[in-house]
Design a protein around this ligand. Structure first.
Ligand SMILES: Nc1ncnc2c1ncn2[C@@H]1O[C@H](COP(=O)(O)OP(=O)(O)OP(=O)(O)O)[C@@H](O)[C@H]1O
Ligand SMILES: [Mg+2]
Length: 433
């Protein structure tokens, strides 16, 4: 009997917070666990766009709060310390309006988010905090949520520990004050963990390394996360923190086929068996999504959606064929489609060229980080064979910032890289109009 199901129950395109939804990444979880339990040190999570960095950072936050479900799930129960270090946690997503270190610290000191902001933890008369669980199940890890501001309100300038015109010192006071004051109220924790996501978009990254180094102590740990092929891309002066990052460098790569398969077993569990995917369909999705969990989640979601439309909870090959047809026509993923249209700019030839580039198989194997790199020269003959004559005139739009960019120029002449691996996977799938 068909039953209408909400696709979001099993699939999501958002960052994953709940350990129940998080699949695989056992080795990364292990590294994060070690880095968290080191007395001093910085965690640096980096990798390509959309591979699952923020979701991993949210799991780090869970563990910092003492919820080690994710480590259990990853089969690492025997490695969980008997008395894991526990932290008060701060999570902040940076944006490109932050130009330098001082601005970043000021933002942190003024972040009033009731679940993730630093200001919530700063002691102040009349402020009310309560414990809450970040996952569905109320297990060991409880974080603090702000339910009522103190008498002075939510402006950091009003706090007694503020040192006028010295953000860094105010920050230090806030952090040490937070640990001491909250330890008097709640079960004792070792320090504060400050997680900075989207760290790559900060204007001047220079100086971040030495700042983080100067602020890191046994009671303050930083975790930074962002797009980059290496730590150097994330923290320009990373050498100054090299010793601190040694243990905590965490490179998130595309998922293995097995991990992508687990997204579907997990989804089936979350749907409580109300939805099923044929084995062959899952295999097809594993291949099409190229280890990108975001793409796998999107395809899963639109399959369930389509199942609802045609009145079936069993996604078999026939139904999936139709789902694919819609994706290929550009009807399923509006964001990716918009990106696609912007990049090709009504140019039929440019669309063809982009597809040829997306299909180019590098020397690197699939599921590898190198997979997005392409060389124009290799596509030239094929393109000419298809009647595309002025290749060099079609290229500029594909690398121009305001049209995406779809591609980023490599160091060598004629070498490019797809800016977003998910977009590349989409272009491969997209039918030419
Ligand atoms: N371990 C995982 N298990 C299942 N799904 C995942 C996992 N990690 C990420 N995803 C899914 O992949 C997508 C991207 O995840 P996330 O936002 O964490 O990636 P990101 O690398 O931070 O992306 P961006 O570069 O855009 O910031 C989301 O749809 C998320 O649900
Ligand atoms: Mg992210």
């Amino acid at each position: 009997m068909f039953e209408f199901v909400d696709p979001e129950i099993g699939f999501t395109s958002s960052v994953i917070r709940d350990p129940k939804r998080f699949v695989g990444r056992s080795d990364l979880i292990q590294s994060c666990m070690n880095a968290l339990n080191a007395r001093e040190g910085v965690i640096a999570v980096y990798g390509k766009r959309g591979v699952g960095k923020s979701s991993l950072v949210r799991q780090v936050q869970q563990m910092a709060n003492g919820n080690y479900d994710i480590a259990q799930k990853a089969g690492l129960a025997h490695l969980i310390p008997r008395h894991p270090r526990r932290y008060y946690t701060v999570y902040y997503a940076c944006d490109s309006n932050i130009n330098n270190t001082d601005e970043l610290i000021r933002r942190l000191c003024n972040d009033t988010d009731p679940e993730d902001g630093l200001l919530r933890l700063v002691p102040d008369a009349g402020k009310e905090l309560s414990e809450f669980s970040r996952s569905d199940e109320a297990s060991a890890g409880l974080d603090l949520k702000l339910i009522k501001w103190g008498v002075k309100g939510s402006d950091s300038q009003k706090y007694s520990s503020v040192v006028p015109n010295d953000t860094i010192q105010s920050f230090r006071n806030f952090v040490s004050g937070s640990v001491d004051a909250n330890n008097r109220m709640w079960s004792k924790r070792d320090g504060v963990l400050i997680l900075l996501d989207e760290f790559d978009v900060i204007g001047t990254k220079f100086g971040m390394g030495s700042l983080i180094k100067s602020l890191t102590s046994p009671t303050v740990k930083f975790g930074v996360c962002g797009i980059g092929a290496d730590i150097g891309a994330l923290i320009k002066d990373h050498k100054s923190v090299a010793r601190l990052i040694e243990q905590g460098a965490i490179h998130v790569r595309p998922m293995s086929g097995d991990e992508t398969r687990q997204i579907f077993t997990t989804a089936t569990e979350l749907f409580r068996g109300k939805v099923s995917f044929a084995k062959k369909v899952v295999e097809q999705i594993v291949e099409l999504s190229e280890g990108l969990p975001y793409f796998a989640q999107l395809i899963g979601k639109s399959s369930v959606q389509y199942g609802n439309e045609v009145g079936s909870n069993n996604i078999d090959e026939k139904i999936f064929g139709e789902v694919l047809g819609k994706i290929r026509e550009g009807k399923s993923f509006p964001n990716l489609e918009e990106q696609y249209q912007l990049a090709i700019g009504r140019g039929k030839e440019r669309a063809m060229l982009l597809t040829l580039l997306a299909e180019q198989q590098g020397e690197a194997t699939l599921y590898n980080d190198e997979v997005g790199r392409v060389v124009l020269q290799r596509t030239r003959t094929t393109a000419q064979g298809l009647g595309i004559e002025y290749i060099d005139q079609l290229m500029p739009r594909l690398v121009e910032e305001r049209y995406g960019p779809a591609l980023i120029k490599g160091e060598q002449r004629g070498h490019y890289e797809f800016a977003d691996p998910v977009f590349r996977a989409y272009v491969k799938l997209r039918k030419l109009d």
